[in-house]
Design a protein around this ligand. Structure first.
Ligand code: FAD
Length: 256
């Protein structure tokens, strides 16, 4: 079949990130303590730290940001594990999520390729391919052909398993085999939840210039959101541009 006859997949070039969960803090009524941050995740960290020493008074009038900065500075990081953030991540490739799920302190829920059809899945195109017409042509044709093969294989396998009466099982048997021809650039969606210590580590490892550009773009986006959400915990990360125009995020504190 000529390439022109193959349906072209929709292309995505950037991770799409939505914050979907964040810590809520409720102080026990019997404890007489206040702090100056309005952010629950930051209140909780200070509360947990003060619990260790029962230091509910604050004669020096130290700010929450100062308190947390001191913890980061001393590597007292178990305390920041109490606060949690969760993201819905879309527009990323299966190769990205293969790297993502190596980070063991997070919880993940990812689209199932056995239950969900990839007939019309979007494909994630690396910027260095998108910006080169010949590379883009090769990439797009290859992705389109792979998706076409997936659709054809699904049809053949659905007939092969025609005797299976459970329709969901039949589709699953066909999809789980047909997906073997899908490329690494196939888009996936994943929910990722973790505590602030895990996020600090993830950002340091993946918003780094040595990381793959796609996961780096994701880590920098998440870093921006977390810096806004909790400046006391993530404010030391400086986001800067490399000569190639991509970004990195570098922390002041690197204890982990
Ligand atoms: C630039 C780059 C290149 C990479 N290349 C490769 C590669 O070629 N091949 C490959 O397989 N992987 C590769 N990785 C993945 C890497 O090896 C890690 O698996 C991944 O980054 C997860 O990070 P982490 O090991 O720090 O663990 P995380 O799971 O993020 O855990 C965070 C921290 O918790 C502690 N921890 C977690 N689990 C344990 C444990 N079981 N025992 C002791 N301490 C623990 C460690 O201090 C760890 O650093 C690469 C990563 C990067 C950033």
């Amino acid at each position: 079949m000529e390439a022109a006859e193959i349906a072209r997949p929709e292309i995505v070039t950037e991770p799409e990130v939505s914050l979907i969960a964040f810590t809520q803090f409720q102080k026990p009524e019997e404890i007489d303590w206040t702090t100056d941050t309005g952010i629950d995740g930051e209140k909780l960290i200070e509360f947990a730290g003060r619990m260790c020493y029962q230091s509910w008074g604050n004669p020096a009038g130290r700010s929450n940001a100062d308190y947390i900065r001191n913890m980061l500075d001393h590597g007292h990081l178990s305390v920041i594990e109490h606060s949690v953030a969760g993201f819905c991540i879309e527009g990323v490739s299966r190769s990205l999520t293969h790297e993502l799920i190596r980070h063991r302190h997070f919880s993940f829920s990812q689209v199932s390729q056995r239950y969900v059809s990839e007939d019309k899945a979007r494909m994630v195109e690396p910027a260095c391919i998108a910006s080169d017409p010949e590379a883009h042509r090769i990439w797009e044709e290859t992705a389109a052909r792979a998706q076409e093969a997936y659709r054809d294989l699904y049809q053949i396998l659905a007939e092969r398993f025609a005797q299976v009466t459970d329709k969901t099982l039949k589709r699953k048997l066909a999809r789980q085999a047909a997906r073997s021809v899908l490329p690494n650039c196939t888009e996936t969606k994943i929910v990722m939840t973790g505590n602030f210590r895990a996020w600090r580590h993830f950002i340091r490892m993946r918003a780094n210039e040595h990381a793959d550009v796609e996961i780096r773009a994701l880590a920098v986006k998440i870093c921006r959101i977390l810096k806004d959400l909790s400046p006391a915990v993530f404010g030391d990360y400086q986001i800067s541009e490399l000569p190639d125009g991509t970004e990195v995020a570098t922390p002041e504190f690197v204890y982990e």
